[in-house]
Design a protein. Structure first.
Ligand code: NAG
Ligand code: NAG
Ligand code: NAG
Length: 473
């Protein structure tokens, strides 16, 4: 098993540990969670899993190198970005308060003073709104992307960018924070424009809420979550529960398995917002790993490969991305020799949710584990690809960059009519091999062909019909 820290575990399990020492250790542990235990599945802040230097290299993504005999420049970028770290939902906050009441009634005050004296610090009017950490994530991401594609973006009019959001406030707040970082990297203070238009489009960004078949056969279908409930009610979570009772000196059974998950989420949300959380003191690294796995089972069902409709329903978004790429190429190709190429969208930035990005990964065939994640194969899944902490943290992002390539000897001439187009994908700011490609940079047409069924034959209404069989009669 991974994530073992023998020394630490021995310390935790040592029976004769003094109360004072235990208290100090718990405080220390919750103040400085080790990086290995900072995995909160889809509730992980971006910087905990993708630490990024802010001074990324200018034009790092603009020129493509290592392409034999060709000079390539970026001509279009299309990004799909999950909203930044947010506040917990009110329901979860109220539930945690209720759990705390029960624990306080059952435990002695001096066993874990910080937990005993815990008070909710989340405001009651911020239901799932973006918090400052989420703003910072988005601002930093905007700045880094703008820097890496500086030459592509620098002289462009604001009309040459497109910003898409969902109806949820947190995606709009994410877009604003992103825009702030973005413009600060490509404009001087004076010509930064405050006004920028966003387009609200739920068919692109919240297809999962509009697709009746997904809603009734997956999202609202308890049977579809069978593996999740099996693991939740299974021996691993039960062992975590017992350990928590022991640590807190609680004799009776007062928490449900779902409440153990909430304690884990509270630890994550509070650490993100306030740097530390007493809730973390009842979970060791092994417990965290088990609860992370529970979260990943949920993501595989809700946002991943477990049911085909989950990823098929993202085809309107996939089409939109590729139509944008097609259009860029058409504009460049159709520009007369003596005209300056221009007037097309150079950057498209779409802000959505884990339920937007997860299905997009899957329709692309990314992070497809050969063996599905189940309640009974945790050990086998230690190296799973579809690991939400890594691929779907807050502010997770996928950026397609389109390159126009011309033979080296023509690179300073405008009148080349033999341009070739290459596509490269960056996920969470790292280059990722597009499925079916041999190299990171892949001929555009090869990628386009591979997904053409989803791009050109995307019938959202039909695939999302509640009872297609009945309707066909
Ligand atoms: C619910 O999920 C199960 C398991 O995937 C499936 O067999 C069943 O048809 C689903 N129910 C509905 C109403 O789609
Ligand atoms: C789900 O999609 C995959 C990949 O396209 C396909 O191989 C499989 O047959 C589909 N499964 C069902 C039940 O339709
Ligand atoms: C995922 O991988 C399985 C086999 O490993 C394959 O049958 C399936 O088509 C893949 N799914 C998608 C959506 O690409």
């Amino acid at each position: 098993m991974s994530g073992m820290h023998p020394l630490k575990h021995n310390m935790f399990r040592h029976k004769s540990i003094s109360l004072l020492f235990l208290f100090c250790f718990a405080t220390l542990a919750s103040l400085s969670l080790s990086l290995e235990s900072k995995h909160f599945s889809g509730k992980t802040p971006y910087s905990w899993v993708h630490p990024t230097a802010d001074d990324v290299k200018e034009d790092e993504w603009y020129n493509m190198e290592n392409l034999q005999g060709m000079a390539c420049n970026a001509v279009h970028a299309s990004a799909i970005i999950r909203h930044g770290a947010r506040y917990p939902g009110l329901e979860d906050v109220n539930h945690i308060i209720d759990i705390h009441h029960r624990l306080v009634n059952a435990m002695e005050p001096d066993v874990n003073t910080r937990l005993y004296e815990w008070k909710n610090r989340f405001p009651s009017n911020n239901n799932k709104a973006l918090h400052h950490l989420g703003e910072e994530e988005q601002e930093g991401l905007g700045r880094r992307i703008a820097r890496r594609l500086h030459t592509l973006f620098v002289d462009e009019d604001i009309a040459d960018f497109r910003f898409i959001v969902s109806t949820m406030q947190r995606t709009k707040e994410s877009a604003s924070a992103f825009y702030e970082g973005f413009t600060s990297a490509i404009h001087t203070e004076d010509d930064i424009k405050d006004e920028f238009d966003t387009e609200v489009n739920d068919e692109l960004m919240r297809f999962f809420a509009l697709c009746a078949k997904y809603v009734y056969s997956v999202d609202q279908n308890k049977t579809a979550y069978k593996e999740y409930h099996k693991f939740l009610e299974g021996p691993e979570i039960n062992a975590v529960t017992k350990k928590i009772y022991k640590k807190l000196g609680i004799a009776e059974d007062i928490l449900t398995p779902a409440e153990i998950r909430l304690i884990y989420l509270a630890c994550g949300y509070e650490t993100a917002a306030f740097q530390s959380s007493p809730w973390c003191s009842v979970l060791d690294d092994d417990d965290m790993e088990i609860l992370e796995y529970l979260g990943d089972i949920r993501h595989s069902i809700k946002n991943g490969y477990a049911h085909n409709i989950t990823w098929q329903q993202s085809c309107p978004l996939l089409s939109e991305i590729f139509f944008g790429l097609d259009e860029t190429i058409a504009e460049i190709e159709n520009t007369e020799e003596d005209e300056e190429v221009g007037g097309f969208i150079v950057g498209q930035f779409a802000f959505g949710h884990a339920e937007t990005l997860g299905p997009l990964y899957a329709i692309l065939g990314l992070y497809n584990d050969t063996v599905p994640i189940r309640a009974d194969n945790k050990i086998q899944q230690d190296e799973r690809l579809f690991r939400a902490s890594k691929i779907l943290p807050f502010s997770a992002n996928a950026v397609f960059v389109l390159y126009e390539c011309v033979p080296e000897e023509f690179k300073d001439h405008d009148e080349v009519d033999s341009a070739e187009y290459y596509l490269q994908l960056f996920v969470n700011e790292q280059p990722v091999l597009i499925p079916g490609c041999q190299e990171m940079h892949c001929p555009y047409n090869q990628v386009r062909d591979r997904y053409s069924d989803y791009i050109d034959r995307c019938d959202f209404k039909k695939m999302c019909k509640k009872s297609p069989l009945k309707d066909e009669l």
